[in-house]
Design a protein around this ligand. Structure first.
Ligand code: FPP
Length: 234
C-alpha cells in the first residue's frame, strides 16, 4: 500500500459520522451503545489527526433534522456523550493544543449542555495544533439562511456581497474549507452538511460503519485523497 505523504496532507477533513445504530443493531445492542462506540471512535480519530498534523477536523454529530426527528431519549444520549467528552477531555485538549468549537445553533440546547460547551469553547490555548469542530443542531441551508439574515441586519450593501463576505458570516468563519469529506455508513449524499464549504472538497464514501472507521481507515482515505488530481475548476 502507498504511504501517506505527510507534506501533502489535507488541511481540513470533514466527517459525516454515520452508521452508529446499524453497528449497534448488528450486535443486538441498543442504539445508545452505537453512539457510545461512535464517540469512542471519534476520540481516536481526533487524537490521530492531531498526531499526524491535520489542522482542522469537522464532524457532523447532530443535524437540524436529527434534532427534530429523533426520540428525546436518543438526543439526550448524544448530549450526555457530548458532556462526557467535554468534561473528561477539557484539560487534555488544552495541554495538547486541541481547540474545541461548535458549529450550529446550540442556543436551543438545555442549559447544562450549553454551559459545558461554552466552558470548553472559551478555553485559551498556548498553541493550537488542531481545531476540532463539532456540528450540532447544524444544517447547511440553515447556516446560509442565518448568514443572509445577519448580512441584511448589518446593513451590508449588495455591491459589498461576495463569496468572501458570505464565508465570513458562516459558522466556520476564518477557517479554510474542507479538502476532504468522508462519509462512512454506505450512503452517497451530503445530508445538508457544509453545503457552501464543500464546493471543491474531494468526497470519500465507504460502507464501513462509523464506530469501525478507525485511524487505519482514515489513513487509507488520506492516501486516496493524495492520489486525486485537484483541479479546482482549472
Ligand atoms: C449517525 O448514525 C450518527 C448520529 C446521528 C450521532 C453521532 C454521534 C456520535 C458519533 C457520538 C457523539 C459524539 C458527539 C461529539 C456528541 P445513525 O444513528 O444515523 O446510524 P444509522 O445510519 O445506522 O441509523
Amino acid at each position: 500500500m502507498t504511504k501517506i505523504d505527510y507534506n501533502n496532507l489535507p488541511q481540513h477533513i470533514a466527517i459525516i459520522m454515520d452508521g452508529n445504530r446499524r453497528w449497534a443493531t448488528s450486535r443486538n445492542l441498543p442504539a445508545g451503545d452505537g453512539h457510545k462506540a461512535g464517540a469512542q471512535n471519534l476520540e481516536k480519530i481526533v487524537q490521530h489527526c492531531k498526531d499526524i498534523g491535520i489542522k482542522y477536523i469537522t464532524v457532523y454529530a447532530l443535524s437540524t433534522e436529527n434534532w427534530k426527528k429523533r426520540s428525546a431519549q436518543e438526543v439526550k444520549g448524544i448530549f450526555d456523550l457530548l458532556i462526557k467528552i467535554v468534561k473528561e477531555k477539557r484539560v487534555e485538549y488544552q495541554r495538547s493544543g486541541i481547540k474545541f468549537f461548535v458549529l450550529g445553533n446550540f442556543q436551543a440546547f438545555p442549559l447544562k449542555v450549553r454551559k459545558a460547551i461554552k466552558k470548553i469553547m472559551d478555553m485559551v490555548l498556548d498553541k493550537e495544533r488542531l481545531k476540532f469542530n463539532v456540528a450540532l443542531n447544524y444544517g447547511g441551508r440553515d447556516e446560509i439562511v442565518t448568514a443572509i439574515k445577519n448580512i441584511i441586519k448589518d446593513g451590508v450593501k449588495p455591491s459589498q456581497v461576495n463569496e468572501k463576505l458570505i464565508s465570513k458570516y458562516l459558522y466556520t468563519t476564518g477557517q479554510p474549507d474542507p479538502d476532504l469529506v468522508i462519509r462512512p455508513g454506505g450512503e452517497f449524499r451530503l445530508s445538508n452538511f457544509l453545503l457552501w464549504q464543500l464546493s471543491y472538497a474531494e468526497l470519500y464514501f465507504t460502507d464501513i460503519l462509523w464506530p469501525d472507521f478507525g485511524p487505519k481507515q482514515l489513513d487509507k482515505a488520506i492516501i486516496w485523497y493524495q492520489q486525486r488530481n485537484r483541479r479546482m475548476g482549472k
